[in-house]
Each structure stands twice: as C-alpha cells, then as structure tokens.
Design a protein around this ligand. Structure first.
Ligand SMILES: Nc1ncnc2c1ncn2[C@@H]1O[C@H](COP(=O)(O)OP(=O)(O)OP(=O)(O)O)[C@@H](O)[C@H]1O
Length: 327
C-alpha cells in the first residue's frame, strides 16, 4: 500500500504514535506507546509521576529521538522529516517563559519573526482567538498566570498548527482560570484543531477530553473515549430485592458477575446509602444485566431496581495503576 493510500484511510488522524519505545542509558523508559489524535478532538494523556509523559512529549516535538517506533504528524515522520512534520505542531512544552518586560504583542512579534509567513494580521487573529485583545499592549509582568498561559497558546498558534500540544496546561491555575482554559481549548478543537493535553488533574481531564490514554510505567494501559472507559468499568447495584441473601448467593454463582463485598471498592457509597435498604453491588458486562435480572426473577427473587454507577476517571485511573501516586 502506498503512503498516500494509508493517509487517505485515516484522513482525520493528525498525530499517530506507533509502538514507540525509548531507552535512556540502560533503562527502558517507554516500553510501548501507541495512540493517535484526530482532527477536532481533545486528547488527554494521563499518568502518574514518572509514568513517561514528559519523555513521550519530548519525542513528539523531536527534542529527543525514540529508540524505535514511529511518530507522524499529518503523515510526516517527526524523526525523518522534522521540518515538514513540525510545521503542523504548536506546543507549550517545558513552560517557555514570555519576556515579562515586553508587552504581549511585542512577545508575539518577536516569535513571529522566527517563523516564515506570519504577518500582523495573523498576530491579531491569535490575539483574538485567545481573547487577550484588551490587554495585549500591557507588559506581560502585569498578566495573571491564566493570561500568560493564553499568551503561550497564542504563540503556539501563530504558525496555524493542526496539532496543539500542551504539557500540564492547568498547572498553577485557579478554578476560574482552569474553567476558562477548558472552554477555550474546547473551542479550538471545535474549530478543527487536534489538541493533545498531558495532565494529572483527572477531574479536569474528564470534563475536557474526548478521548484519553492512560499511561503507567512507560506503557499505555487504555485508550478510548472517557465515557466508554468509565462505562466498561461500571458497577451495577441491584436493590429492592425480596431476598437479599438468596439474591447474593445466586449472583455469586453466575459466570461473568463479580459481587463486591469490600465496602472500599464500592464506587459511590452515598447512592447506596440513599437506597435505604440492603443492596448488592456487582460488576459485570452491561449486556449481562437484563439476563441476570431475569434469572433472579425466575428463581422467585423479586428485583425492583438496578442502578448503574460509573467510576470517575480518577477511580478508574487508580484501579488501573494500582493506586500509584498521581501528584
Ligand atoms: N534522562 C533520563 N535518564 C534517566 N532516567 C530518566 C531520564 N528521563 C526520565 N527518566 C526516568 O524515566 C521515567 C519517566 O519520566 P518522565 O519524566 O517521562 O515521567 P512523567 O510521566 O512525565 O512524570 P512527571 O509528571 O513526574 O514529569 C522516570 O522514572 C524518570 O526518572
């Protein structure tokens, strides 16, 4: 198959990372990382401390080379065709600082001079996109952290990238700043940009990202839409049964059904407490639920309620990474 036809079949893939491995000295830091990021989506890259996020991001922007595997941006190999590939990438990696004694506009002019084809009109466009027009002629030293972040994003957008890479963008922002950044990143994605965001702030990621990759110890443990990943790990609470004891014993004999007896594993105590009676907490495939209820009923055990509880991304993450620290 020719390169052209490969690209055609994956038209909306902007970043493709395939079996990337990285050895530093004698140590394998990245064992096998594969994922892709598509046009118009916000993709979250999540992992505990030391999982390999920074190392992966450095490879994405060609600061370091993978030991093996391929990274492509818009079809161009970052390793072999840096200039063409990186033309499509805007990034804020390793916290580049703006010159605080210059105005926001002067900073953008400075960075525009380093790239080809960026005129005054483009600078004004990115200023409008990040909504800094009211303050762009003030010195950066007077900016809040949120405004500095947005100035950084404006700078990353100057070259009209197709992929925006943000390393821990919410770090240091207050809740209001985080909310604004979230809305703003969503808007960029809605306009077609592929946005790659690394973070350990899981509740934020849950609100922000369309899909996520969960990385731990240099390996990707899961990739998918947030809703799908949490739904696959849902618990089903079976409640209001005519006999809880009989129900529990029947369920524990069913293949594919796990009855959860450890209270610590229950995803949402408050919901169960609110049911006001003894309930059976289970984990099973969604498709099994209806037949399990039928079996309970045909065994003479009445069931009046089944409630699904999705884990939060944080709960899912802790389960997958076996409680590794995320801070
Ligand atoms: N140059 C290096 N030499 C040796 N080990 C390294 C080097 N760079 C990274 N590591 C190790 O590789 C692992 C992954 O590091 P990395 O910085 O990519 O993780 P991370 O997920 O970004 O974590 P953090 O959020 O703490 O930055 C860590 O165990 C780190 O100590």
């Amino acid at each position: 198959m020719s390169e052209g036809s490969i690209l055609k079949s994956q038209d909306d893939v902007v970043l493709s990372v395939e079996h990337v491995k990285k050895k530093i000295g004698r140590k394998w830091i990245i064992h096998d990382v594969t994922f892709d990021v598509r046009e118009g989506e916000v993709f979250g890259f999540l992992g505990p401390n030391g999982a390999g996020k920074t190392t992966t991001i450095r490879m994405l922007v060609d600061l370091i080379k993978p030991t093996s595997g391929t990274i492509r941006v818009c079809g161009y190999d970052v390793n072999k065709n840096q200039e063409q590939a990186l033309r499509f990438v805007g990034s804020i990696v390793e916290n580049p600082e703006a010159y605080t004694y210059l105005t926001g506009w002067e900073n953008l002019e400075h960075f525009a001079r380093m790239q080809r084809g960026i005129d005054r009109q483009r600078i004004q466009e990115v200023v409008d996109i990040v909504r800094l027009d009211q303050r762009i002629h003030d010195k950066v030293s007077t900016y809040s952290l949120g405004m500095r972040q947005r100035l950084g994003i404006a700078q990353a957008l100057l070259g009209r990238p197709k992929l925006l890479i943000l390393d821990e963008p919410t770090n240091g922002l207050d809740p209001k700043g985080i909310k604004e950044l979230r809305q703003f990143i969503r808007q960029l994605a809605d306009e077609g940009l592929a946005v790659f965001v690394s973070s350990h702030l899981l509740s934020e990621i849950q609100l922000l990202c369309d899909r996520v990759a969960i990385i731990s110890k240099g390996r990707v443990l899961a990739v998918g839409p947030v809703e799908e990943l949490v739904s696959e790990n849902a618990q089903y609470v079976i409640w209001d049964l005519s006999s809880v004891g009989e129900g529990r014993s029947l369920l524990s004999r069913q293949a594919g059904v796990e009855v959860i007896s450890d209270a610590e594993e229950v995803l949402d105590d408050a919901i169960i407490a609110g049911m006001g009676q003894e309930a059976i907490v289970t984990r099973m495939d969604e498709q099994l639920v209806a037949s399990i209820v039928r079996q309970l009923v045909s065994a003479g055990i009445e069931v009046n309620g089944v409630h699904k509880i999705n884990p939060t991304l944080e709960q899912l993450f802790l389960k997958m990474t076996e409680g590794e620290s995320i801070d």
